[in-house]
Design a protein around this ligand. Sequence first.
Ligand code: BYC
Length: 319
Amino acid sequence: MSERTTPEGELERQFERTVAAEARIEPRDWMPDGYRRTLIRQIAQHAHSEIIGMQPEGNWITRAPSLRRKAILLAKVQDEAGHGLYLYSATETLGADREELTRNLIEGRQKYSSIFNYPTLTFADVGVIGWLVDGAAICNQVPLCRTSYGPYARAMIRICKEESFHQRQGYELLMTMMRGTEEQRRMVQDATNRWWWPSLMMFGPPDGDSPNTRQSMAWRIKRHTNDELRQKFVDMTVPQAERLGVTLPDPELRWNPERGHYDFGTPDWAEFKRVVSGDGPCNAQRLAHRRKAHEDGAWVREAAAAYAARRSAERKGAA
Ligand code: BYC
């Protein structure tokens, strides 16, 4: 029976069977409207985060302390642009319009990760972003390689490979600074103090306040809850901090042998809400910069459209 004549109920059962069997939903497959909407929302926010996320570190490219550090940072920031592009392409397979998504971002109608609304005050921030922010991103994104939507899962496989290089370069930079002067060690500790709590907030609100988790888990878009991933990140990061010789700024952080996990304090969820609703330290600056880049790039889009129109006219003429 063709898709058009198949009753809606059978299509829905087929969708559920595919998800339950851990197979992938592909762009041509039938999917519930809510599934499509949720994916567009999450993948678009993810893409926006990669693109806005180029700014805090991009800010240091011209001030990197050596040619080696500059080359590493350039490669990392370029990777982030690439991640944004794969992810926007994944939303297009769901029927989203990329131009509209960009407008949603620059007009403040769509979110991007809270973490990118904090300033990068010293070069140690570049290392700490690699270590903590990319470390958190890896924790969150490795399970997304098994997300139920094929194009998103496949984009995540490549993205995660690049994220591990990002994390390693950050940790290696911090190790180098920790072997340096007293002043350098102070810079690393200060950057760790400022980025620790915002990194925990990257995982999203606590499970009890997360309106989307239950349905996204049922559809196997999300494979773990926000709190599960936050715990995993803390457990993974504490030994790394010890090895590095920095103190994580949480007096409640301690190993709990009964749970087999670290206990930790509560992030400032009021601050999280403020930052997500547009009132973080750098929200206005990040969006203004993105808007200006979009306006400055108008000539490139116009030239590409004119070229495509000419090629298409030539092909028609030749036919
Ligand atoms: N910031 O019901 P919830 C990177 C929103 S970039 C802002 O738990 P969900 C990198 C959430 O959207 C990687 N908003 O939502 C780049 C929802 O709002 P709406 C970024 C947040 O979707 C450059 C509401 O709060 N990673 O690594 O089930 C340099 C309720 O939340 C945040 C991704 O995007 C937040 N932190 O779960 C370096 C990963 N948290 O839409 C590094 C993909 C929550 O209902 N995304 N909100 O109005 C996800 O895994 C999930 O979307 C989240 C949230 C876990 C983030």
